[in-house]
Design a protein around this ligand. Structure first.
Ligand code: TYM
Length: 328
């Protein structure tokens, strides 16, 4: 049974590769902590249907879903305190997405910056899913009557579109959904280590993966772009300080900021501190994840159990929606 608490939280992560520190700080870390708050009902999922919008291989997709499942669990997600499942196993998501596709104006979808970026990146395979992606995302949230959505900065525009979908539906068919908000007042954006003008993403050397060994973390950070002179501020240096805010002690943060002010900051020392702290922070995670990946049947069972719970709530919402729009 899923208890009805005061606030419903919904969010997911795409099964499109190994998760990085941006995914962790922007989303997964909140997924782990939020269910401890007894006033919140939490639904967290693996967005495997959204993974179909960019090129994929079936075998790799299957392995990635298990890998992301192990990542959620190794990071500390407590499946007894939240509902955790793969999006594709709860068919109600896609049915509500279709209804939103028929409600959302094309212009609203076309102006999404992620859509505009992706159609430039994937010129040879611009599929319709890239355009309608936010309608599915709105359905993911609203099928559970979600109110608050823990996401990084790059997904804020999509959450706003989910608000538009909720508003349009409510205005036309009567109050049904909350207008969801992002959970963080100021969502986070961790930048690429090699090109700090871009956000960190799931591919390439510019991302610190949660699975990276201490040696990998150190190697990637050593190569991270900084600034030409020790005291200079730059996007790369500020990105390292942003990481330090999450993985450093107050003393370390204040100490390195002082050195920066005095123009005596050695980037190599800042990078070494970060590498040590990040490696240490994820040491237990790496061990737990290895153990979990050795138990694929257990992971599949966790996903199946979660999906069954999610379906009970999603089914109720869809029934209400279909009645309201005249399909039932
Ligand atoms: P995805 O898989 O691209 O990213 C998962 C989460 O990680 C955040 N994130 C970042 N945060 C900070 N800095 C970064 N560099 C960074 N890169 C990624 C993202 O903002 C996101 O919160 N569309 C979503 C998945 C999704 C979803 C949903 C989320 C599908 N349906 C419904 C919330 C609600 C996505 O592609 O995430």
């Amino acid at each position: 049974m899923i208890e009805n608490k005061q606030e419903t939280i919904v969010a997911g992560i795409r099964a499109s590769g190994k998760l990085h520190i941006g995914n962790y700080l922007g989303a997964l870390k909140d997924f782990v902590s939020l269910p401890n708050d007894k006033t919140k009902t939490c639904f967290f999922f693996i967005a495997d249907l959204h993974a179909l919008t960019t090129p994929f291989e079936p075998k790799v997709l299957k392995d990635t879903v298990l890998d992301v499942t192990a990542t959620y669990l190794a990071a500390g997600l407590d499946i007894n305190k939240c509902v955790f499942f793969p999006q594709s196993q709860v068919l109600e998501h896609t049915e509500l997405a279709w209804i939103f596709n028929c409600l959302l104006p094309l212009g609203e979808l076309e102006r999404m910056t992620q859509y505009k970026d992706k159609i430039l990146q994937h010129k040879e395979s611009i599929n319709a899913g890239l355009l309608t992606y936010p309608a599915l995302m709105a359905a993911d949230i609203l099928i559970y009557k979600g109110q608050s959505v823990p996401v990084g900065d790059d997904q804020v525009q999509h959450v706003e579109l989910a608000r538009v979908a909720a508003r349009k539906f409510n205005n036309r068919f009567g109050k049904t959904f909350f207008e969801p908000k992002t959970y963080m007042q100021k969502p986070l954006r961790i930048m690429s280590l090699s090109d700090p003008a871009k956000k960190m993403s799931k591919t390439g050397d510019e991302a610190l993966l949660l699975d990276d060994s201490p040696e990998e973390i150190s190697r990637k950070l050593k190569k991270a772009v900084t600034a030409s002179e020790p005291g200079k501020k730059s996007a790369g240096v500020e990105n390292l300080f942003l990481l330090l805010e999450h993985f450093g002690t107050e003393q370390e943060i204040a100490g390195f900021r002082d050195l920066q002010k005095n123009e005596t900051l050695k980037f190599s020392e800042l990078k070494e501190t970060l590498a040590n702290n990040i490696s240490g922070y994820f040491a237990e995670f790496r061990e737990k994840k290895k153990e979990l990946l050795a138990k694929p049947d257990f992971l599949a069972e966790v996903l199946g159990d979660g999906a069954a719970k999610a379906r009970t709530v999603a089914g109720e919402t869809l029934l209400e929606v279909k009645q309201k729009i005249g399909l039932l």
